[in-house]
Design a protein around this ligand. Sequence first.
Ligand code: MG
Length: 157
Amino acid sequence: MIRVGTGWDLHRLVPDRPLVIGGLTIPSPKGALAHSDGDVLVHALIDAILGALAKGDIGSHFPDTDPAYRGADSMELLKTVIEEELPPYSITNIDATIILQTPKLREHIDAIRENLSKALNLPLEAISVKAKTAEHVLGELGSGDAISAQVSLLISG
Ligand code: MG
């Protein structure tokens, strides 16, 4: 049995917040405004996994009104979903795109892939992470005041 999932997320970027992407803190003057650590890539990934399973979304599993998730490490939320929701399925491959005007992510992409590889116990070859700018258009994305991510994946089992 093979199932497909997609996820999408967006966060506003503000000064004096860490920019966390795929569990990696990226040097940046701005970071995601969020109840949790605002890891846009991991949030989209969790939604893609839950979507493939038809088990709701990140907000239904980890409500942002719940103080338990204030400042939450999104990688821990991801591990919870992998351990408690995913079986008997496993992830076949992931293809992700991050949309961020600045800073450029190219030099961080492999570290992000390695982080996800360890967290998901998946080979690097199964994890694609791409980064694009918004070409200075698309409102807050283009002005560098927001970050977005989209994820497609296959699960099998
Ligand atoms: Mg989010």
